[in-house]
Design a protein around this ligand. Structure first.
Ligand code: 16G
Length: 248
């Protein structure tokens, strides 16, 4: 019966049909993250194809990020990475909701601090208004740790912002709703890093696992910088896409 799932006379390559059959099971939830996939040997028997074809099907899933092989143990299902679009100016909360997940935060630090020289430059601060709200949050999607976000907001622009409890509020929602901010654009820099001991513990990943680090300076519509943030995303769960255009 399983054999009937693939069409041996058509034009669609056999490996691809098997790959798509497995992918459907992953996307429908029939196969879940961490589940062991059938081995090359099992697949080749199930679908009556060569081992080479079965291997290609598994390789296809691995290339797309839906599976991973562990030496001597087999091939396991991975959930696809969440994909952040660098084109869209979104908050963590909006992004996770858009993808149908449940965003949450664990507050690691919330305090008022004087700006360092680097932050004075990033946020173009005047001498008299160098006091910043510093927020450090572990961001979770469906209760799984996804990123550590550290952000700095100039308090001269948002008086009283330090009084809000950011363990449960969205920063961007607050800026929009309470302070009527119109967001303009953000300048971002992306860098690959490996996790420190502290970061790997918070993100529940192995030490020195890969991180995607995004630095963001957010501007109001008039160009005033209003946030300088550094986000460390789990490299195994997150990727970023951007549009590259020709300059005119
Ligand atoms: C995003 C922003 C971060 C901002 C946060 C606000 C990037 C790289 N970073 O994660 O700068 O502080 O959203 O999230 O996109 P919130 O509104 O859910 O609190």
């Amino acid at each position: 019966e399983l054999e009937g799932a693939i069409d041996k006379r058509g034009f669609v390559p056999l490996y691809y049909q098997i790959q798509q059959a497995l992918l459907e099971k992953i996307l429908s939830g029939e196969l879940r993250e961490g589940d062991l996939l059938s081995s090359e040997d099992e697949l080749s028997k199930q679908y009556r194809v060569s081992r080479m074809t079965a291997r290609q099907a598994l390789q296809g899933l691995k290339d797309k990020g839906y599976a991973v092989s562990e030496r001597g143990r087999g091939t396991f299902v991975l959930k696809p990475k969440l994909s952040k679009s660098i084109l869209m100016l979104e908050s963590f909360t909006e992004e996770i909701r858009r993808k149908g997940g449940k965003p949450s935060s664990k507050l690691l630090a919330q305090k008022v601090i004087p700006a360092s020289q680097e932050l004075v430059d990033q946020l173009k601060l005047e001498k008299q208004d160098q006091s910043l709200l510093h927020l450090r949050r572990l961001r979770l999607a469906d209760d799984l740790p996804l990123a550590i976000e550290e952000t700095h907001i100039p308090l001269w622009r948002f008086p009283g912002l330090d009084q809000i409890d950011f363990s449960s509020s969205s920063l961007y929602e607050t800026l929009r709703d309470r302070y009527n901010v119109g967001f303009g654009w953000a300048d971002e820099t992306v860098e690959a890093l490996s996790a420190s001991a502290d970061q790997s513990k918070l993100l529940t990943i192995p030490k020195r696992a890969s991180l995607l680090c995004i630095y963001r300076t957010l501007m109001e519509q008039n160009g005033t910088p209003i946030e300088y943030a550094v986000s460390h995303y789990r490299g195994d769960r997150y990727r970023a896409s951007l549009r590259v255009t020709l300059q005119d």
